[in-house]
Design a binder for this molecule. Structure first.
Ligand SMILES: [Zn+2]
Ligand SMILES: [Zn+2]
Length: 134
């Protein structure tokens, strides 16, 4: 082990950090305008939705500090909002850029959170899911 440490400098060892197997992507409840995370876990090469996670000040700080682990929209499942309880696909607002739960939307009509005036037809397009790993 010591030989290995001597063989590589600190920069090389940073590259040995394992790839994340768990990503918490950022969401906001469209009803209460409160943040939460949706957890995805790596399962045999695919990302599975594992459930909602309530934020702590530490995880919100991590997110605000710019941790940007990206999950493709293709990996998204039906998510449950832990604030209003709705189950469905998350929606990205094209005005404020936040991904919200569908608590104020129908299958055809999108409505963002109370602090954002955006509403309109739901369109089927991919979006980037930014998250953190712990
Ligand atoms: Zn909600
Ligand atoms: Zn919005």
């Amino acid at each position: 082990m010591n030989q290995l440490t001597r063989s590589y400098n600190g920069v090389a060892r940073l590259d040995l950090k394992p790839a994340p197997t768990e990503i918490d992507v950022f969401r906001r409840c469209a009803v209460a305008d409160r943040p939460f995370f949706s957890r995805y876990v790596l399962n045999r090469g695919a990302w599975d939705y594992a459930g909602p996670v309530l934020p702590t000040w530490e995880t919100l700080l991590l997110y605000q500090k710019g941790q940007r682990h990206v999950l493709s929209w293709r990996d998204l499942g039906q998510e449950r909002c832990p604030v209003c309880g709705i189950i469905g696909s998350p929606l990205e607002c094209n005005v404020c850029g936040v991904v919200v739960c569908g608590g104020r939307s129908t299958a055809a009509l999108f409505r963002c959170r109370p602090s954002c005036p955006s509403s309109g037809p739901v369109t089927d397009r991919g979006f980037t899911n930014h998250g953190i790993t712990l």
